[in-house]
Design a protein around this ligand. Structure first.
Ligand code: SAM
Length: 159
């Protein structure tokens, strides 16, 4: 598969998963945490799907399109491992983590801290969506939509 095809599949998977979980998150109280603002495309999508919901976005640096920049109080810059730890206990309804690199060694390091951090950020019953696996005893894996290739994207519920 070419990188273009792989990219299209990833974007389609992201959209389908976010649409699926937003229908449920609409009924769960709490903010949304966007780990990895990047260009802001998924932030923009979440903002459309969950109007009025507080969305706090995290990244090392601001590189988002001007249409997709959160309010200053909801933009947190720095290393997510450190910055998001300050939000432990916020009882998020949704954590969306799109910080995979496609490099196995880098993503393996992320997998050592992201699952535990995600579990601590979520309220019980809250949902996590991630491009890297979230193996953790408090995160129960949920099925992905049929359009999502196996092990491409992960959905979990905080138990
Ligand atoms: N979902 C975004 C979108 O739709 O535009 C794209 C996110 S992009 C793939 C990943 C972003 O996460 C990058 O902007 C990168 O700087 C950020 N990132 C990755 N790991 C990070 C970390 N450990 N701390 C802070 N930012 C990180």
């Amino acid at each position: 598969m070419s990188r273009l095809e792989s990219f299209i599949r990833r974007m389609t998977a992201q959209r389908d998963i976010l649409d699926l979980v937003c229908a449920e998150v609409a009924n769960i109280e709490g903010p949304v945490l966007e780990l990895g603002l990047g260009n802001g495309r998924t932030f923009h999508h979440l903002r459309e799907r969950l109007p009025g919901r507080r969305i706090v976005a995290f990244d090392r640096a601001l590189a988002a399109h001007s249409s997709s920049i959160p309010e200053a109080e909801n933009l947190v810059l720095g290393e997510i491992r450190e910055t998001a730890s300050r939000f432990i206990g916020i009882d998020a309804a949704l954590v969306h983590a799109d910080i995979g690199t496609g490099y196995e060694d880098c993503d393996a390091v992320t997998s050592t801290w992201l699952p535990d951090l995600t579990a601590r950020l979520l309220r019980v019953g809250g949902i996590a969506v991630s491009g890297t696996p979230l193996d953790h005893p408090q995160l129960q894996r949920l099925p992905t939509p049929p359009s999502v290739p196996a092990d491409r994207y992960f959905i979990c519920r905080r138990v």
